[in-house]
Ligand binder design. Sequence first.
Ligand SMILES: NC(=O)c1ccc[n+]([C@@H]2O[C@H](COP(=O)([O-])OP(=O)(O)OC[C@H]3O[C@@H](n4cnc5c(N)ncnc54)[C@H](OP(=O)(O)O)[C@@H]3O)[C@@H](O)[C@H]2O)c1
Length: 339
Amino acid sequence: MENPGIQAVRPLRIVMPGGSGQIGRMLAQFFQERGHYVTVLTRGPYTAPWQTVHWDGWQLGPWIETLEGADVCIHLSGRGIGCRYTARNRCELHDSRIGPTRVLHDAFAVLAHPPRLWMNASTAAIYRHVPQGTEFDRPMDEATGELGGNELLSPLRRAPAKWNWTVRLAKDWEAAFFRTETPRTRKIALRTSLVLSPSPGGVFGVLSNLVRAGLGGTQGNGRQYVSWIHEADYARALEFLIEHEEIEGPVNLAAPNPLPNREFMAALREAWDMPNGLPAPAPLMAIGMFFLRTEPELVLKSRRVVPGRLLDAGFEFEFPDWPEAAADLVRQWRARADL
Ligand SMILES: NC(=O)c1ccc[n+]([C@@H]2O[C@H](COP(=O)([O-])OP(=O)(O)OC[C@H]3O[C@@H](n4cnc5c(N)ncnc54)[C@H](OP(=O)(O)O)[C@@H]3O)[C@@H](O)[C@H]2O)c1
């Protein structure tokens, strides 16, 4: 691979297509605070303390100039997965990830000096369901992890069709990213677990609201693993990947200690000083999720994803364990909300 490398000693030019969402805003602030120049490509309008440039995510346009000579592209486009998987939503979930990935390939092909690193969002949901205490129960790293799709949930039951669909989406997304060779650009697929942030509007806020309303008990049978990462570690991990030029291909972005939902919810209750929480068994969960216009899979599928490549390369997590991460997120949430 012809890749002259990235000199992190000077400020970098970082371009983030789809960087106006939860992760993008957090990363833009993180990199800007470190003195780098951040540009977000958005279907906007959107104003921010960093440069924002319009794109439509579908066609080449003047926006490609932002990538000319830039150091890093972090592509984060994608309609939020928290919706019912209707035919229309499936189309949007698919097209909003794969369309912009394809047009970025078209852009990289015509650039005289393309970014030397392209990190593309992907998902830890690409791995198979691994419920605690079953024969399938083992950690999924990049080298030995098994991708999902029509997997056995028990000796007699296969994964539901909707679960297969999301795995297919994840595989198509990565295939669209890796399909075209980019000899001058190193590529990393960010297999991202739940990114937990104290900012309102994310998963941590939803779960915290349930806990504070006394509804934060075990979800489903509680044996499904939750793979998660504190947002501070997510940003530090991306900085690490920028600096480590030997790393390319899929990388799991997950804390090293995923845990079963029963323990995950108990630790979150403890962080909020809520000793009790009403449990939500799977049938109740399905009804609740229907009224919330989202899918039970998001909570009931077991993801035991571990960051094999990051750990092998020497990355140190600030928050490897959920109880400490939860306590920190609650502390930050309270400070922001003045609770
Ligand atoms: N948050 C997590 O825990 C998590 C976990 C696993 C994977 N991921 C993936 O990481 C990426 C970023 O996550 P996020 O939480 O920051 O997502 P987000 O808040 O939903 O933001 C994603 C961005 O995608 C753009 N977008 C939405 N619909 C689009 C469409 N139809 N066509 C083109 N662009 C569209 C939007 O930008 P504009 O409206 O400005 O164009 C939006 O700001 C996503 O691809 C997500 O699937 C996130």
